[in-house]
Design a protein around this ligand. Structure first.
Ligand code: AMP
Length: 209
């Protein structure tokens, strides 16, 4: 099954995808995670995109599309995939059409107030990528990762200025994809406001699995 997870930053796409990948036995491909691991590894691509990610702007389409095309060519993605955070522009969606057939696009629906609350409280373990929320999903010990014992950090782009920029970028560039995929009869709206367990259950139901 080839799935696209669409929705504003902070709607929980990554959280649900990391659960859904085992439910559906397909890889979770997050373009944000791919960029961040390139930044961490100090690759050429990482150097090219570091400042863009910190500001909350979008990486140019050509760079992003080439990275996704390569990732979708890998062996594990032949049985299906969950694309999380891609496409984010109409040009990316058109490019994806030329790569693989999409079976369904899940639109995670969440209002602006909740988006800001989720993003500003998000904390991350830098080495594993595991995420927490100061209120909704706190670690056992404040500020410390449950597994590795490392100090949790706040992503640069989860700081207030970058959050506002990311929301504006989402509304201007990504929201038009809702109409794009609705017109193709691929869109499934999911209320992203309940707990991850409830959201995952509605996803499984909506996909008839
Ligand atoms: P995310 O983890 O999905 O919130 O993505 C973090 C950042 O990575 C975004 O704010 C962009 O700077 C960049 N990014 C991720 N996916 C894309 C994409 N499909 N197109 C352009 N930039 C992206």
């Amino acid at each position: 099954m080839n799935l696209v997870f669409l929705g504003p930053p902070g709607a929980g796409k990554g959280t649900i995808a990391s659960e859904a990948k085992s439910t559906f036995d397909i890889p979770h491909i997050s373009t944000g995670d791919l960029f961040r691991s390139n930044i961490k590894g100090g690759t050429e691509l990482g150097k090219q995109v570091q400042a863009i990610l910190a500001s909350g702007d979008l990486v140019p389409d050509s760079v992003t599309i080439a990275m996704v095309e390569q990732r979708l060519g890998e062996a594990d993605a032949q049985k299906g995939f969950i694309l999380d955070g891609f496409p984010r522009t109409i040009a990316q969606a058109d490019a994806l059409e030329g790569m693989r057939k999409v079976d369904a696009v899940i639109n995670f629906v969440l209002d602006r107030e909740q988006i800001v609350a989720r993003l500003s409280g998000r904390r991350v373990c830098k080495s594993t990528g595991r995420t927490y929320h100061v209120l909704y999903n706190p670690p056992k010990v404040e500020g410390i990762d449950d597994e590795t014992g490392e100090a949790l950090i706040q992503r640069e782009d989860d700081k207030p200025e970058a959050i506002l920029n990311r929301l504006n970028v989402y509304e201007a560039q990504t929201e038009p994809l809702i109409a794009y995929y609705r017109a193709k009869n691929l869109l499934i709206d999911i209320d992203a406001s309940p707990s991850p367990e409830v959201v995952l259950a509605s996803l499984v139901k909506a996909l008839g699995k």
